[in-house]
Design a protein around this ligand. Structure first.
Ligand code: ZN
Length: 62
């Protein structure tokens, strides 16, 4: 996958967390062993493409 910022090829890998990964509009305190902070939990690992030059991660989720 090409980086949308610089056009270089990105490295495929995984963004992982022991307790789950989530996205929300606000930064909130995250309790241990809780996935309730996210509007939609993404699971404990998602594919991620890394551009080391731009220091950007691009993830895909379903
Ligand atoms: Zn880049």
């Amino acid at each position: 996958m090409q980086c949308p910022y610089c056009g270089n090829e990105m490295e495929k890998g995984y963004l992982q967390s022991r307790d789950g990964i989530g996205w929300g509009k606000k930064e909130v305190f995250v309790k241990a062993l809780s996935e309730l902070f996210a509007e939609k939990p993404l699971g404990k690992a998602v594919e991620a493409y890394n551009c080391r030059q731009c220091k950007k991660l691009l993830i895909e989720y379903d």
